[in-house]
Design a protein around this ligand. Structure first.
Ligand SMILES: [Fe+2]
Length: 166
């Protein structure tokens, strides 16, 4: 094993993770009630397609062929998200559950990109690390946006809950 091989393994995992997310985001957008949340998922779908393309370029930048190896972490996160879609979707509580699932996904990706960037930098792969860093910035921004969207929803959910108790 070398650091280069370790980086290639990380990229294969990410390539699978991002490809899985491209398939899941339209379902998450469809299941959201809030127009802002729908819009956030749709916008992140377009970004995520770009993340797949950037990963292809990152593989090429280190003279490797783009290849995916099933990312079980993302698979598990998306399975849990799918359960929320099936069981909770349709109101503000469902939207909050979707945000919880999406936040897990974003933070998981942030962890994976942070690791890959550190490896790429240590190997002197400037182009690959700057490509990965562009995506990292978008993941971080998305996580923050989702958190901001959740705040008024939590208030709304709290008010709804209190009304039901009256
Ligand atoms: Fe991504």
């Amino acid at each position: 094993m070398s650091l280069h091989e370790l980086l290639v393994d990380e990229l294969k995992d990410l390539y699978s993770a991002e490809s899985q997310l491209v398939k899941a985001l339209p379902k998450m957008a469809k299941a959201s009630v809030s127009a802002d949340l729908k819009q956030a998922f749709s916008a992140h779908l377009e970004e995520t397609k770009g993340h797949v393309e950037r990963l292809k370029k990152a593989f090429e930048a280190i003279n490797e062929k783009p290849k995916a190896v099933l990312c079980k972490g993302m698979q598990g996160l998306l399975e849990e998200g799918q359960e929320h879609i099936e069981e909770d979707a349709g109101d503000v509580f469902g939207d909050l559950a979707l945000i919880g699932a999406a936040e897990r996904v974003e933070h998981y990706e942030v962890a994976a990109y942070t690791t890959s960037i550190a490896l790429a930098k240590s190997l002197g792969y400037t182009e690959a690390s700057s490509l990965l860093n562009e995506t990292l910035q978008e993941e971080t921004k998305t996580a923050k946006l989702l958190f901001a969207l959740s705040k008024p929803m939590i208030k709304e959910a709290k008010d709804t809950g209190e009304k039901e108790e009256e």
